[in-house]
Design a protein around this ligand. Structure first.
Ligand SMILES: NC(=O)c1ccc[n+]([C@@H]2O[C@H](COP(=O)([O-])OP(=O)(O)OC[C@H]3O[C@@H](n4cnc5c(N)ncnc54)[C@H](O)[C@@H]3O)[C@@H](O)[C@H]2O)c1
Length: 297
């Protein structure tokens, strides 16, 4: 991530309109909102060696955030995706409600509720404490970054940085084919769209529908079933109330199974890398041979 602005050793000779070079450095990351996504993004960044300052407004979530991140790191360790001791890694995480903890951040990712006003307010608070060059990423699912930038002190550094849950396991890369393989292709054999909404939190999807349907759908309205569900308090497996019926034990099992499946499908996908040239050429050679065989009398 391009964050810290550094003068090159030739900076003394730079022309008036030349920009100093920017180094790709991100040592300190900040996260605002330690719910489902904030926790798994924190686990991902910690596992990648970063220091993470996290902000959470809800006292109950604040209390359990570190424990949640620790359990995600322990999962990574168990799956041999992490060598270091999760408890040692956790020392690089601080969680508080005080935004000044973000002061040193090279990048801050906001992961708060999918609501334009809430996000704008959070971005305003972040901007009050971070340096002018700090990148501010929004994990928004559907709010256009241009709307998040309105009224900001430095709108040009506010970007959409959408992660996929579970962020510490899911692999992301740079092109469309890979992102579809690693996102949709990752979970679609485990859960259809309704189960997936149960697993990843129903209210966020209503908010997404409200934002996107006016542009994507002729009816421009959130489906009545979705409105009814969210109004009834359904959050999915998080509170054992969703498109499907769950007992608390069943809901917990779905959560565990989703994580287990994510590890399994990750291992499976790694057996079939996209850039395996030897596999591709062996297949092509096989096709050529078949063609040749067919030509033989
Ligand atoms: N759940 C998913 O699979 C998923 C995937 C990609 C993107 N997203 C997006 O990520 C964001 C968060 O989603 P989530 O599922 O983690 O939601 P969540 O409800 O689990 O977490 C949101 C957290 O933000 C906290 N929060 C709210 N207002 C705050 C404030 N002003 N300051 C600090 N903390 C605050 C809440 O207390 C909560 O802990 C949303 O924008 C959502 O659309 C979600």
């Amino acid at each position: 991530m391009m964050t810290r602005r550094r003068r090159s050793k030739h900076s003394g000779r730079m022309g008036r309109n030349q920009q100093p070079s920017r180094a790709l450095v991100c040592t300190n990351a900040g996260i605002v909102g330690m719910g489902l996504m904030g926790s798994s993004i924190a686990a991902c960044l910690l596992a990648a060696g970063r220091t993470v300052a996290a902000i959470e407004a809800d006292p109950a979530n604040l209390k359990k955030a570190s424990r949640q991140v620790l359990s995600l790191l322990e999962g990574l360790r168990k799956e041999r995706l992490l060598r270091a001791d999760p408890r040692k890694i956790l020392r690089r995480l601080t969680v508080s409600k005080d935004y000044s903890a973000l002061r040193q951040s090279d990048i801050v990712v906001e992961c708060v509720t999918e609501d334009l006003n809430v996000k704008r307010d959070v971005i305003r608070k972040i901007e009050q404490v971070v340096a002018p060059h700090t990148i501010i990423g929004s994990n928004t699912s559907a709010i256009p970054p241009t709307q998040l930038q309105q009224g900001a002190l430095h709108p040009e550094r506010i970007l959409g940085t959408h992660w996929a849950e579970p962020a510490h396991i899911t692999r992301f890369i740079a092109d469309v084919d890979r992102s579809l393989r690693n996102d949709l292709g990752y979970w679609i054999t485990f859960a259809g769209p309704f189960r997936f909404m149960d697993l990843t939190g129903i209210p966020a999807y209503r908010a997404v529908m409200r934002d996107l349907l006016p542009d994507l759908d002729c009816s421009q309205q959130v489906p009545a079933m979705m409105e009814r569900l969210v109004e009834s308090g359904a959050q999915g497996v998080a509170n054992a109330k969703g498109f499907y019926n769950y007992t608390p034990a069943q809901a917990k099992r779905w959560e565990v199974r989703f994580l287990k499946f994510s590890y399994d499908v990750r291992a499976l996908a790694r057996k079939y890398p996209e850039d395996d040239a030897s596999f591709a050429s062996a297949t092509l050679a096989g096709v050529d041979k078949q063609r040749e065989d067919r030509k033989q009398p």
